[in-house]
Design a protein around this ligand. Structure first.
Ligand code: ATP
Length: 200
């Protein structure tokens, strides 16, 4: 099984951009947030667990996940949200393992998510964690460029609900600085070389 490297960062930090560079180097990337959504929609075990936790309204008659209803249920109920995440988490974990095993020929593969804990923490399956870091103003600017309907205040609110840069850096084995003065591709190339060597 290849090494599993986590890539995380706050909204607009550039983690998707960093992952695109890894992909260009031939490294498979698992998008945990997208995959979690897919599993909630399709994974039979998860669907029955979610229904048991939240009630049958969690899915409509056609078996489709009622995302907005669930969001309303867990809104302002941190305990319930924790319980829901505790159901989703192990399924994503198992799914990542299965996915990674399909790439035995690769030196390493990447799991990307908006929130990842330090490698090895909470029994996660990461070998190393990369944190992508950008200055706050630049993140707001980039997100605003990408999603013009989002105001600067809205973006700041999202950022304030995420874990802080300091906490993220604390958990990191490697930090990629994605600002306009530091070049992004050389930093990713350096990591690629390190991960391709067995000793890290
Ligand atoms: P989100 O959590 O919102 O998905 P993200 O961390 O994945 O954000 P990206 O999607 O990679 O961030 O970047 C946010 C926006 O900023 C994108 O439109 C991307 O093209 C742009 N961007 C990121 N890094 C750079 C860069 N170094 N130079 C120019 N544009 C960049």
């Amino acid at each position: 099984k290849p090494l599993l490297i986590g890539v995380t960062g706050g909204i607009g930090s550039g983690k998707t951009t960093v992952c695109r560079i890894f992909e260009a180097l031939g490294i498979p990337v698992y998008s945990a947030d997208e995959r979690a959504k897919w599993l909630v929609d399709h994974d039979a075990i998860l669907k029955s667990d979610v229904t048991r936790l939240l009630g049958s309204e969690a899915y409509d008659e056609a078996g489709r996940y009622n995302r907005s209803w669930v969001a309303a249920q867990v809104f302002a109920k941190p305990d319930l949200l924790l319980q829901l995440n505790a159901l989703i988490h192990p399924r994503v974990h198992a799914d990542t393992e299965l996915w990674a095993r399909g790439y035995a020929d690769k030196p390493y593969v990447i799991k990307e998510a908006a929130l990842l804990r330090a490698a090895g923490e909470d029994g996660n399956n990461l070998d190393k964690l990369v944190v992508v870091q950008s200055p706050l103003e630049l993140r707001i600017h980039r997100i605003h460029q990408r999603d013009p309907h989002r105001s600067a205040q809205e973006i700041k609110n999202i950022i304030s609900r995420q874990i802080s840069d300091e906490e993220r850096i604390e958990m990191a084995d490697y930090v990629v600085y994605n600002n306009d003065t530091q070049l992004l591709i050389p930093q990713v190339l350096r990591l690629h070389e390190a991960f391709c060597q067995t000793g890290l």
